[in-house]
Design a protein around this ligand. Structure first.
Ligand SMILES: Cc1ncc(COP(=O)(O)O)c(C=O)c1O
Length: 898
């Protein structure tokens, strides 16, 4: 028996201030209610006045939130209240428990929520109709009608459900503009939105407690107050917030009176007098279109057909495996389906990646819709290949590319293949963490002005940047492109978004993706408003040097994305997204050639099918999953900030640590601090040159005295089986993704606590000598950090002008001539450099981590670069043999005429 006095812990003290988002707050309230309901049940006959008061408090708080959900929603909240009023505490407790189970496990997404009705005696014994498995979603109605009318509408829509419908829904009703936006932000399972033409702006009830969760985007929409066409304005806002949703307008206005924008944003326009069946079927059709996975389906049905295989692929249908005497276990491990679906057939319902006309073509078109591009292409060899395709497609030998020096190595190889000449741009340094940041816009503009002055701006073809970086630095993509286009209106942009595929599905991140920025810029430059503003400035003799000329500017944007890194896809599944208004005229042919150059004629159908599925998931639940991964990252921040033992050894690097103030106009400092709680990120994400992706958590471990690589291998992996991707000398990078669970975050926190305890014990057991040694390690990792080298310059042999671009391809292939190269140990290089010899690398030298070249072919070595190499504590350095030394060009090779 529980001791009543100590066991009753009323939860009404749960305060919204503690939570990062409403989902966390909501689930904490439901869990709190469950605890209290249990207490009530344990001692149903005792004096429960305080507890019941507390329960009412929690329910009142839940009421404010549940109105934005159909499940459990206000209907079930009201049923719970009635149950409580009838003093049916046992039933109350069971009902709350069941609701919490359905919510926490998300079982209500496929167990029909109607199977849970508190007023229905058979509620725990579902009828066959209720037992039906399908996909549940919610539909938002924005309509200023009375509750009774709402209920009638809801009931009518329910009657339209078919027994075998694959999808079924319930309705969330709101009556105002603000409530609609709140619902869409809170409730990720809203998949369609039906908007009446006219309704009030202001939320129905006070949203004071909800403000921290909504303020950033709610304040942006106050102009709707003045809009006479509030329904159409809401449509625009919904498209900004959740572009994947199906939007319907119900109006009395004739089509002629509706703006083009309204006709574009709304999937269908309904007239009030039309019957609900049409609406219902259109809602289901919309979901079906996102649910459809043409290539995956084709592959599944192909694999079910009996087929004789008479071409080269013994693994197909598992023939070489299941009948084998020796490798059967492979079949047991993977299961039969994977082999049934192993094929390279391009007929029988399948398609050819190299010339798609059927389901693959359709799957790519659907991906284009989902990611907001004009064209999208699947790539089965990762973004390493996607990058080479795009570079080869867009630049020719001799073209100049402005490129970030610490971009992924595939770009550098792309330059070698294409013959384009790079101007390497240096990122800002984060010396104290041995990391690089992003390239400041100022630097890019300076380079462009240099080429302009030299009369050679036409040679600069492309700007290539990484968004976001491995460590989570995200560019202000729109600002960068706009200011660059003001100098060079036909610049082509390649944004390497290998790590940013999921960003499309969060309203916050989406603004900083290449595709969304390209779309906004194109609309802006083609708008009458922009054109007349520009003309007015010109006519008034004002400077327009900061604005792209609307008659000249072209929006030409490419993004490569490792779908497999951040969304659902098998390894190597990547996509190229294109928003280039000149693609068809100028690029398509060379793009197809480049695609043919790099794409295998035997692409993995499994990867392609998984990309198709990944797209389906992103369109239907991407928003929820991405928001959740941010929430998980925030949980980790809170826990580390609030646990003294963890703080002793670890810090999570903040925005202040990773972005210099000069590149952070908003002055935003950190996502969370123990004293101030949550930072307001809206201004930061809107205006700052760089922001930090919150799902990338850089843990600073300098004070442990253990370097990043050792921490990763010996502590996280060997002891606790935790896998991380990247380390620097004194940091370890953790990332949350759409698959990160609460329990994996809890596990990580537990592991960090254990490591901190081990460190405490270790430090306590040190002898004096060991202690001095340990302190020295700590100083090494916290103070004595090697200076990060910039790109030096190309040797004159590989440069033909005063500007900085170099002929990397020439240098790369020159090194194929054995007699033109030699190997020199680092110390010898240093000695020779002191004597005045310019030593030039003949190969790439790529330490991993960080994974980008610190030397490229043709680059002159500097003292700083060699010192950095010596200080590196990583064992993996690509293209470098420590025994032989650095591969360099001989002096003769550099002086002889080519
Ligand atoms: C910025 C960047 N681009 C491209 C790639 C290559 O992507 P993939 O592994 O899909 O080939 C990586 C890999 O880590 C990367 O970090």
């Amino acid at each position: 028996m529980t001791d009543k006095s100590s066991a009753i812990i009323p939860k009404s003290g749960i305060t919204y201030r503690k939570y990062y988002n409403v989902s966390e707050y909501r689930s904490e309230l439901w869990n709190g209610l469950k605890d209290e309901a249990n207490q009530l049940n344990v001692d149903a006959d005792g004096d429960q006045g305080d507890l019941i008061k507390s329960i009412h408090g929690v329910i009142a708080e839940l009421e404010k939130i549940e109105k934005y959900w159909a499940f459990p929603g206000l209907v079930r909240i009201n049923q719970l209240k009635e149950c409580l009023d009838r003093r049916e505490y046992h039933a109350f407790c069971n009902s709350v428990e069941e609701l919490v189970r359905l919510l926490v496990s998300r079982a209500y997404y496929h167990e029909s929520p109607e199977s849970f009705d508190l007023n229905d005696d058979a509620s725990h014994d579902p009828t066959p109709e209720q037992e039906r498995k399908g996909h549940y979603f919610e539909v938002l109605f924005v309509n200023d009608i009375e509750i009774e009318e709402q209920e009638e509408l809801r009931a009518q829509l329910r009657t339209l459900r078919g027994r075998d419908d694959e999808f079924y829904y319930d309705v969330v009703h709101v009556r105002t503009f603000q409530d609609a936006l709140i619902a869409l932000n809170f409730n990720h399972n809203i998949q369609s939105c039906i908007i009446r033409y006219n309704f009030p702006f202001q939320a129905e009830s006070s949203i004071k407690n909800l403000r921290p969760f909504v303020s950033s985007w709610l304040t942006e929409t106050t102009s709707a107050k003045r809009s006479s066409e509030i329904g159409i304005y809401l449509g625009r806002k919904v498209k900004e917030l959740r572009p994947e949703l199906d939007l319907f307008l119900v109006t009395d206005l004739s089509v002629e009176k509706l703006s083009d924008e309204a006709l574009q944003n709304f999937r269908t326009i309904f007239y009030r007098q039309e019957d609900l069946t049409d609406l219902h079927l259109t809602i289901l059709k919309g979901i079906d279109e996102r649910f459809e996975t043409p290539f995956y389906n084709a592959l599944v049905s192909y694999s079910k057909r009996p087929t004789g295989v008479f071409h080269a692929m013994p693994i197909s249908r598992g023939n070489s495996i299941f009948k084998s005497n020796w490798i059967k276990e492979m079949g047991d491990f993977y299961g039969r389906n994977i082999f049934l679906a192993e094929t390279s057939a391009t007929t029988g319902g399948l398609d050819s990646l190299l010339q798609p006309t059927g389901p693959l073509k359709k799957a790519q078109e659907m991906a284009s819709r989902a990611f907001g591009s004009r064209r999208s292409f699947f790539v089965t060899n990762g973004t390493s290949t996607a990058n080479k395709i795009v570079v080869q497609a867009l630049v020719q030998p001799g073209d100049v590319i402005l490129i970030d020096r610490d971009c992924h190595k595939s770009h550098h190889y792309g330059l070698v293949l294409s013959g384009a000449k790079p101007v390497y741009l240096d990122s800002y340094h984060l010396e104290q963490y041995s990391m690089y940041g992003g390239i400041p816009l100022k630097l890019i503009k300076e380079q462009l002005h240099t080429y302009k002055k030299a009369g050679r701006l036409n040679e600069v073809k492309m700007l290539l940047l990484t968004n976001c970086t491995f460590d989570g630095i995200v560019y202000n993509v729109e600002q960068f492109m706009e200011e660059v286009l003001a100098i060079k209106p036909d610049m082509i942009f390649l944004w390497d978004e290998a790590w940013f595929g999921y960003a499309r599905f969060s309203s916050l991140f989406r603004k900083r993706t290449a595709m969304a920025s390209a779309d906004r810029l194109l609309k802006k430059f083609r708008s009458e408003e922009y054109k007349s503003h520009y003309t007015k400035l010109v006519d008034g003799g004002k400077s327009v040097s900061h604005l792209p000329d609307p008659d000249e500017v072209k929006v030409r944007v490419y993004s490569t994305q490792s779908t497999h890194k951040t969304l659902t896809s098998l390894r190597q599944g990547s996509m190229i997204h294109i928003y280039d208004e000149q693609f068809a005229q100028k690029v398509e042919e060379s793009f197809i050639e480049a695609y043919m150059t790099h794409t295998s004629t035997s692409p993995s159908y499994q990867i392609l099918a998984s990309l198709d599925m990944g797209r389906r998931q992103a369109e239907l639940e991407g928003n929820e999953l991405v928001e959740r991964s941010v929430e998980r990252a925030m949980m980790l921040r809170v826990k580390i900030a609030n646990t003294p033992l963890l703080r002793k050894y670890f810090d999570i690097l903040t925005v202040t640590d990773l972005i210099p103030l000069s590149l952070r106009k908003s002055g935003f400092e950190r996502y969370y601090s123990k004293d101030k709680g949550w930072g307001n990120i809206s201004q930061e994400w809107k205006h700052d040159e760089f922001v930090l992706d919150p799902t990338k958590i850089n843990l600073y471990i300098g004070r442990t005295g253990i370097d990043g690589d050792t921490f990763k291998k010996k502590y996280l992996m060997d002891q606790f089986g935790i896998q991380v991707n990247k380390t620097s000398r004194n940091t370890v990078l953790f990332m949350t993704n759409i698959g990160t669970t609460r329990s994996s975050v809890a596990k990580l926190i537990g592991v960090l606590i254990k490591i901190a305890q081990q460190l405490d014990e270790r430090v306590a057991s040190f002898s004096k000598q060991e202690s001095l040694l340990h302190d020295d390690y700590v100083v090494n990792l916290t103070e004595r950090l090697p200076a990060l080298p910039n790109f030096s310059y190309f040797h004159d042999r590989f440069r033909s002008s005063e500007t900085e671009e170099g002929n990397i391809r020439d240098a790369f292939f020159m090194a194929y001539n054995e007699h033109l190269c030699e190997n020199l140990p680092i110390e010898t290089c240093e000695r020779l450099m002191k004597k005045g010899r310019e030593i030039v690398s003949s190969s790439f030298v790529i330490p991993y981590p960080p994974g980008f070249p610190i030397l490229v072919p043709g680059q002159v070595m500097t003292k700083g670069i060699l010192e950095f190499m010596k200080a590196l504590d990583v064992t993996e350095i690509h293209s470098y043999n420590a025994e032989l030394g650095l591969r360099v060009f001989t002096e003769e090779a550099l002086t002889d005429n080519p």
